[in-house]
Design a binder for this molecule. Structure first.
Ligand code: PLP
Length: 303
């Protein structure tokens, strides 16, 4: 599988000319089908560090549909590393083959440790980490969502000199690692807008820990009720966007961000002449799992 940051290109997004702004998507999703977008950026220096420390097992954490779990499993297979996924929810033990993300990770060689929600909540505690280390031996631990300082460093490679003329850089936000890297590599004159995919005020603080500038702001109106919550408006926006722009969006992160950007454009948020760059952070592997949930609920599916 071809796998390179050079595959990321800037693709113009067609918008009605009555809105006098320019919108471009940075197609980080094209880097790799699974280790795509921010996953590639977040893992790059962490995998190098694991190698430096002579550790050939990666242990990480995630939920049933986690893009990060899928990406770590795929990277492990490519680089010949053993991978362990600590998964939230003991009941998933019997559902590996019916869950597309877990099935993929399993088929890529990942070993699972299913834990209760209560234990999962304590995953960063010394107690849980030392239990995991005593069960699995010397492992390189990557936190949930892949965010740590090496991940932020990787995300600092997202913007290049070619992007310096943009006035606004838009980025989806989960744990805040990706946007922190984007802020650090932005120009002070650029404004970085983050679109959280979940509710909660903790993000502001988390981003401030890693971000070296203050040219950023969170736009918290487009989480659609919380993490992995979607509605028929969002589904039809994503399907129409794919048809018109030839760009697939994931329903959890980039779909919500693009919906938000279109809404802001229509409501005159950006001044005339504004040049906007939106980062496509990947996550397309999650579409299959989301479609299973939509089918159960009798809702329209993502194309
Ligand atoms: C596809 C995708 N986009 C964006 C994000 C948000 O990134 P972060 O957690 O660094 O804020 C994630 C989660 O890691 C993701 O999987």
């Amino acid at each position: 599988m071809e796998f390179s940051p050079e595959l990321s290109v800037n693709q113009p997004v067609l918008i009605n000319s009555k809105f006098k702004v320019e919108l471009v998507m940075k197609r980080e999703d094209l880097i790799h089908p699974v280790i795509s977008g921010n996953k590639f950026r977040k893992l790059k220096y962490n995998l190098e560090e694991a190698k430096k420390q002579n550790l050939n097992t990666i242990l990480t954490f995630g939920g049933a549909y986690s893009n990060h779990i899928a990406a770590v499993a795929a990277a492990g297979k490519i680089y010949g590393l053993k991978t362990i996924g600590v998964i939230r929810g003991e009941e998933l033990k019997d559902k590996i083959m019916s869950n597309p993300t877990l099935r993929f990770a399993h088929q890529s060689g990942m070993q699972f440790e299913f834990v209760s929600r209560e234990m999962y909540r304590k995953k960063n505690s010394r107690e849980v980490l030392s239990t995991l280390k005593s069960n699995f031996g010397e492992v390189y631990v990557i936190p949930e969502g892949g965010t740590n300082s090496l991940a932020v460093q990787g995300c600092e490679d997202i913007l290049t000199d070619k992007d310096k003329h943009f006035d606004y850089i838009c980025c989806p936000v989960g744990t805040g690692g990706t946007i922190s890297g984007v802020i650090n590599c932005s120009k002070p004159s650029q404004q970085v807008l983050g679109f959280p995919a979940l509710k909660g005020s903790f993000l502001q603080e988390d981003i401030s820990k890693f971000a070296s500038k203050e040219n950023w702001k969170l736009i918290s109106d487009y989480h659609f009720g919380g993490y992995a919550k979607i509605n028929t408006n969002l589904i039809s926006f994503i399907n129409q966007f794919k048809k018109e722009q030839n760009i697939p969006l994931d329903p959890i992160y980039t779909g919500k961000m693009m919906y938000g950007i279109f809404d802001l454009i229509e409501n005159g948020y950006f001044p005339a002449g504004a040049k906007i760059l939106a980062i496509h952070t990947g996550g397309l592997q999650g579409i299959e799992g989301m479609n299973l949930k939509l089918k159960e609920k009798g809702l329209p599916l993502l194309d």
